[in-house]
Design a protein around this ligand. Structure first.
Ligand code: ZN
Length: 92
């Protein structure tokens, strides 16, 4: 995936207040990568279905909470990425 992570801090919403398609595209790409490669993915059985959770990198959770993908998407839309997440990713 692209090393350029400036998109994380781009505007997340369109002028109509909708999820910006470009940001959404980057988030989907990022999450595909994260769920396949994150060093710690939490797996949980919910109603017999295995659900994967990653540490949510949003401004509120700040990678302290494990969340399901749709929850992470919602968080990123509402809160954006945590400050300095870019720097943290670069270090690993
Ligand atoms: Zn979050």
């Amino acid at each position: 995936m692209s090393r350029d992570r400036n998109w994380m801090y781009m505007k997340r919403t369109t002028s109509e207040g909708l999820f910006d398609p470009t940001f959404q595209h980057h988030v989907n790409f990022f999450l595909d990568y994260a769920y396949a490669n994150a060093p710690n993915i939490q797996r949980e059985l919910i109603d017999g279905v295995e659900v994967s959770k990653i540490r949510c990198p949003c401004g509120k959770c700040q990678i302290h909470r494990f969340k399901k993908r749709f929850e992470v998407v919602g968080d990123l839309f509402k809160k954006g990425f945590m400050d300095n997440y870019k720097a943290q990713v670069m270090r690993t």
